[in-house]
Every structure is written in structure tokens, then in C-alpha cells.
Design a binder for this molecule. Structure first.
Ligand SMILES: Cc1ncc(COP(=O)(O)O)c(C=O)c1O
Length: 372
């Protein structure tokens, strides 16, 4: 018998309104759909918002990570130390440059790359460290800086996050990459941006996203290898409109997280996202819980679905994915903290405007399904 009630609560839902509609219509009417004025306007507004010197808008978080790795000099035969508990793109980008992603285990509290494990993985081939601010919680970038290697930050999930010293995530000067896919804090449908403190890094990325053409070069002349990683003016216009409402959207996500904390507090054995600590502030992106050990996750997700609640396993360990097992020989047991967390993690519905009654429905469903 189905116990389904009301409308299904989705995992994610973007906030789009009249401002976005008008912004897109204005671009369509202008006739300049790419490489127009919205591109630098969006880049400058985004950089200003974070307190970063420069920003380069790109077609996705993945393309931004790729260009950022190239910009810090990663190439054939190098090693890039990164987290196995991330979206697969943060490891794949090293392979695009024929470098090897070298994983190190994560910190059990923050779920971010553990600086001590990363330090132990350094070799004479290590060309960069690629920490991920997973689920919007700031990675310990000062600890990685102490290793003295180039850093590329995967901030795709971390818009709005702030480090303990008050510097926004993405404003420390290393290339830091944000993603604008439809479930992100700010969306352009697809898209991304790389912030950097270095004008030369921006110049290189601007050229490489545009087929390797220098700004002063004529049509169809190119002085380096490049890609088509451009972000259209339609997307940049959306981004500008979303930036205007970013504070409200971030506050709404933080509010939804606080509602979840209160509603799930008594659920024995369930682990919630870590609280902010030592001044580090999360930029809320997803609300991911870890089920008690021994609970069947797939059955839990199915049972939640029957109660009208979407959820998904999030995230799987990258080193245990089929491609990584086959290409690099990875096996269970290499990164025990990551593997334990990845096996138990479930993302719950989370978006600006998630109501108290929806959160209560999710909590009730979870309580019923877990029998607690
Ligand atoms: C941690 C992380 N890295 C990289 C990406 C890739 O971003 P995109 O999907 O925009 O290419 C994402 C987004 O899905 C992500 O969450």
C-alpha cells in the first residue's frame, strides 16, 4: 500500500523570477548573445562581491577547473593531490592534462581533504594541490598553503562560504572555481567562474577559454592551444540577475538548514553536517546526512520516495568508481574515512524557500523509515 502524501518534495529548485526573465529578454533584444558587455560586467560584479582581484567566466565548473590547473602549470606526468570525496570532475580535470589525480583521505568532521594526509602524499612529481570545499564548508586552505605548492580551489559548492580569518572562499588569490549548474547557490543553467589574484592567470584563462586567441588578435588567428569554454551573454545576464538576489538566497538556504537541524536533532545515530567552527562559515549548498551504520541506504531512499521525499546518495567515493578502479587500480580500504562517509551519505531536499512544513514532512518520513 502506498503511503504517499501531498506533492513530492524535490531535491533542488532554482529561484528564478522577473529579473532573470527581463535580463534574458534584454540580451536577446540586444542581438549580442556572446562575447558582449554582460561578460565583463558579470566577471567584475562577481569578483567585487567576493573581494577577489579578477574573475574569468567559463562554460562550467569543470572547464574552470581544467583551465585553472593549466594556469598553475600542471602537465603531462605530474601528480595532483585531491579529495576522493567530491564530484568526479575535480579529479577528472587532472587526467585531461595527462596528470595523475592522487587521492588522500578526508577529515571526518569537515569531510574536506585532510591537510596531514595530503602532506603525506606529496612526492617530487606533485605539481598542485586541489582541495574541494565540499558541501560549502571551507577547506583548510592556510594548512595547504604551508605545503608550498600551487593550489587550485574547487569552490563549485561553496559560494557564500567564509574562512575563519574573514576572507571569502575564493578570495585568497589562488585560482578558485565556482559552478553555476541549476542546483547551485547561484545558477546560469550551466556555467562557472574562476577567481584569481593574478592578472596573468586571468589573461591566460581568458585566452584559453576562447580558442587561444589573445584579446588584440584578429578573427581566426590564435597564438596558443585553446578550448571553447566561453560563457554566453545570455548566461552572464542570468548570473548578474542572480547576484542581485544572492544574499537573500543564501539566507534562505541557511534558514532551511537551521530548520533541518532542529527537526532532526533527536534522531538517534543520524549524523548532520558539521557546525561552523573557528570562524569558518559554510555557504549552504546541500543538506547531507549520514545514516546510522548498518542501515540499508538504497532501501531508505526508496522508502523516502514512497513518502513523497526525494533524496539521493551523495557523494560516492571517486576512487571506487568503475573508471578509476580500472584506470588506476584503486580498491576498497585505501581511504577509510571517505569510504565510511560515502557509503552512508544521503542528500535531502534543500533549496531556498523550503518551508517548515516540508522540513517537518522530511523529518517525519526519515523517522518512520529509520524506525526511530
Ligand atoms: C565539487 C564539484 N566540483 C566540480 C563540479 C563541476 O561543475 P560543473 O557541473 O559546472 O561542470 C561540481 C558540480 O557539479 C561540484 O559539485
Amino acid at each position: 500500500m502506498s503511503v504517499r502524501v501531498d506533492e513530492e518534495i524535490p531535491l533542488a529548485r532554482p529561484v528564478l523570477g522577473e529579473a532573470e526573465e527581463q535580463a534574458v529578454v534584454d540580451v536577446l533584444r540586444s542581438g549580442q548573445l556572446s562575447l558582449g558587455p554582460r561578460l565583463p560586467a558579470f566577471e567584475q560584479a562577481f569578483a567585487r562581491r567576493l573581494g577577489a582581484a579578477h574573475a574569468s567566466a567559463v562554460s562550467s565548473g569543470t572547464s574552470g577547473l581544467h583551465l585553472a590547473l593549466r594556469a598553475v602549470g600542471v602537465s603531462d606526468g605530474d601528480e595532483v593531490i585531491t579529495s576522493p570525496f567530491s564530484f568526479v570532475a575535480s579529479a577528472n580535470v587532472a587526467i585531461y592534462e595527462r596528470a595523475r589525480p592522487v587521492f588522500a583521505d578526508i577529515d571526518a568532521r569537515t569531510l574536506n581533504l585532510d591537510p596531514r594526509a595530503a602532506a603525506a602524499a606529496v612526492t617530487d612529481r606533485t605539481a598542485a594541490i586541489l582541495p574541494v570545499h565540499i558541501f560549502g564548508y571551507p577547506a583548510d586552505i592556510p594548512a595547504f598553503e604551508a605545503l608550498g605548492l600551487p593550489i587550485v580551489e574547487d569552490a563549485c559548492e561553496a559560494l557564500g562560504a567564509v574562512h575563519g580569518d574573514g576572507v571569502a572562499v575564493g578570495a585568497r588569490g589562488h585560482p578558485a572555481v565556482f559552478g553555476f549548474y541549476a542546483n547551485k547557490q547561484l545558477t546560469t543553467g550551466e556555467g562557472g567562474i574562476v577567481t584569481t589574484g593574478d592578472a596573468a592567470v586571468k589573461a591566460r584563462m581568458d585566452s584559453e577559454r576562447n580558442q587561444g586567441r589573445a584579446p588584440d588578435m584578429g578573427w581566426l588567428d590564435h597564438d596558443r592551444l585553446g578550448f571553447n569554454y566561453r560563457l554566453s551573454d545570455v548566461a552572464c545576464a542570468l548570473g548578474l540577475a542572480q547576484l542581485e538576489r544572492l544574499d537573500a538566497m543564501l539566507a534562505d538556504r541557511a534558514h532551511a538548514a537551521a530548520l533541518y537541524r532542529a527537526a532532526l536533532a533527536g534522531l538517534e545515530g543520524l549524523e548532520l553536517p558539521c557546525e561552523d567552527s573557528a570562524g569558518d562559515r559554510r555557504g549552504w549548498f546541500v543538506f547531507v546526512v549520514q545514516l546510522p551504520r548498518g542501515v540499508d541506504r538504497d532501501a531508505t531512499i526508496r522508502a523516502l520516495r514512497e513518502r513523497g521525499v526525494q533524496s539521493k546518495p551523495y557523494l560516492p567515493a571517486i576512487h571506487l568508481m568503475s573508471y578509476y578502479r580500472e584506470a588506476f587500480g584503486h580498491r576498497e580500504g585505501e581511504f577509510p574515512v571517505c569510504e565510511d562517509v560515502a557509503a552512508r551519505s544521503v542528500a535531502l531536499p534543500f533549496f531556498p524557500g523550503l518551508s517548515e512544513s516540508q522540513v517537518e514532512r522530511v523529518a517525519q518520513a526519515l523517522r518512520a523509515v529509520l524506525g526511530r
